[in-house]
Design a protein around this ligand. Structure first.
Ligand code: GLN
Length: 545
């Protein structure tokens, strides 16, 4: 069985298409179906790895090393499943595949055209992704907004699929209904126009998910149904919510899951969302706060503060807080401020725990190093992720081992103490300008040291975590750092790559740096042990005061 649900956006971007797609996936999974989710991004970049996180948000990394849009992370978290390379499409990737095939004479001398060959390639990829995980239902989110030039070929693929398999395809349009302040009334016209735009490419939505600040009331529901040609019961209200994890439950209040199954000719197989509802109850009932600081730099965009660049870190911290029965209060701290005014460092005492997430380049790193030093010296629980681990080793080398100019060669190629240096294969790639999808990426195994904090947290000797980096700890400094008390608690199986460093358990309540990205594997119902442990250490530290 192969069923397809296309999720498309109308009116404007950023209204939560990805979360809507993920929520539908969650609902259908919980009704007993094997579901996978795909994202199509219409830009020409082959993947998200080369894009600036301030503009495009976090680069999510899959088990098999793909660098994707953050929506793939949403799908993994909501569906509690791994998503692989075939589930992520960009125009760059799809066109490249078609052109490569043409160069290999695989089209048998035919004229290769945007239509139908690009849509065919898209349909093949959807089916391949489904086969890989034996999915019965695929949810395919088409990026961008209907009416744009860029996503027309993907809509054409969706139309063709429906034409060939009329009973197996459902169309869901996520639209935005503004309530302009000066009118105080919800306006439906932009959505009507968006539906008309999608009708022009031969698609009639089966469902309208109405994103807005308010619920859709009865008169507007009737109006939308009539003018958009959608049954009134399939016009679904999707007002703003406190937490995105409420959304599957909210959709189910309108019985969306069974309605979609009906369009696809299916019946639910089991009762839905049992565990999820219990989780939501917890989320909505915790009241005691835990204050977590993220010291980073990818926050500011013009006059706006965006947190999308760190979405997986933020969500992982929330799960850790909730499962510790605490209400997460997460604040982003721009590390630049500590460079300009080190006096402000003392404000870090206000946090129960601190995270320095991944990053690249020089801006803000001296501020991050100062924050890490403060966390180490003042015994504030600290978790360093990737760059946050590398900078923790640099801080330790500088201030504990006395190597004042210790640095990463990413920033200072001429330092006399390159505590962090480039992985040899990476140097070759950079020398040849091979930047796209060439970092050390995806899942790698790591062996944990007996008796270490990491070993206690994971409750296992071998783990696997996802990576995205070009630089690594320089083993020439290992002995010196160990003599000064740093613990190398996680190494690659051949011992050549440092994956985890920590301070001894009797010297600091929780100080860990990891070369990988545990945030990519944390799930709502299964918080990651490192994040869980960090938040717990923060709570315990307050209790022991
Ligand atoms: N810039 C560092 C490296 O490439 C860290 C990367 C990261 O934090 N993802 O190794």
């Amino acid at each position: 069985m192969s069923k397809y649900i296309f999720v498309m956006g109308g009116v404007m971007s950023g209204v939560g298409k990805g979360i809507a797609a993920a929520s539908i996936g969650k609902i259908l999974t919980s009704k007993g179906f094997k579901v996978t989710a795909l994202k199509i991004d219409p830009y020409l970049n082959v993947d998200a790895g080369t894009m600036n996180p301030v503009e495009h948000g976090e680069v999510f990394v899959t088990e098999d090393g793909d660098e994707t849009d953050q929506d793939i992370g949403n799908y993994e978290r909501f569906l509690d499943t791994n998503i692989y390379r075939d589930n992520y499409m960009t125009s760059g990737r799809v066109y490249q595949a078609v052109i490569n095939r043409e160069r290999n004479l695989e089209y048998g001398g035919k004229c290769v055209e945007a239509v139908p060959h690009i849509p065919y390639e898209v349909i093949d990829r959807i089916n391949r992704a489904m086969e890989k995980v034996e999915a019965e239902i695929a949810i395919i989110e088409i990026g961008g907004t209907v009416g744009e030039f860029q996503n027309v070929l993907y809509l054409e693929a969706a139309r063709m699929l429906k034409f060939k398999n009329p009973g197996d395809v459902a169309f869901v349009m996520v639209s935005y209904l503004p309530v302009p302040g000066n009118l105080g009334e919800m306006k439906t016209k932009p959505t009507q126009m968006a539906v008309r735009a999608i009708n022009e490419v031969g698609i009639q939505p089966d469902f309208l998910l109405c994103r807005s600040t308010h619920e859709v009331d009865a008169p507007r529901r009737e109006k939308l149904a009539l003018f958009c040609n959608v049954q009134p019961e399939n016009v679904v209200s999707a007002p703003d919510v406190k937490s995105v994890y409420d959304i599957p439950v909210n959709f189910e209040k309108e019985n969306l899951g069974n309605k979609i199954l009906k369009v696809l000719g299916l019946e639910p197989r089991q009762q839905d969302l049992v565990e999820w509802r219990a989780f939501i109850d917890k989320v909505n009932s915790v009241t005691v706060p835990v204050k977590i600081g993220i010291v980073g730099k990818y926050f500011e965009s013009g006059d706006f503060i965006l947190s999308d660049a760190y979405i997986s870190v933020i969500e992982s911290l929330k799960y850790a807080a909730w499962h510790n029965d605490r209400k997460p209060e997460i604040e982003w701290i721009n590390s630049d401020i500590y460079e300009k005014d080190p006096e402000q460092l003392s404000e870090l005492n206000n946090y129960d725990c601190l995270v320095v997430p991944g990053g690249f380049g020089s801006r803000g790193i001296e501020g991050k190093i100062k924050a890490i030093q403060f966390a180490r010296e003042n015994k504030i629980p600290y978790l360093g992720l990737c760059y946050g681990m590398q900078l923790a080793t640099i801080e330790f080398a500088r201030h504990v081992c006395g190597l004042a100019d210790a640095h990463t060669t990413e920033i200072n190629p001429h330092t006399l103490n390159p505590v962090i240096h480039i992985i040899p294969e990476q140097a070759v790639k950079l020398a040849n300008n091979q930047y796209g999808n060439t970092m050390r990426l995806g899942a790698y195994p790591c062996i944990l040291k007996e008796g270490s904090l990491a070993r206690d947290l994971y409750q296992s000797t071998e783990i696997s975590e996802r990576h995205r980096h070009r630089y690594e700890f320089n083993l020439a400094y290992k002995q010196k750092m160990e003599e000064h008390g740093l613990v190398f608690s996680g190494l690659s199986p051949d011992g050549q790559l440092t994956e985890i460093i920590e301070l001894p358990k009797d010297q600091h309540p929780f100080f860990i740096g990891v070369q990988f990205h545990p945030e990519m594997k944390s799930r709502p119902l299964r918080p990651h042990p490192l994040f869980f442990g960090l938040v717990k250490a923060g709570i315990d530290a307050v209790k022991s005061l």
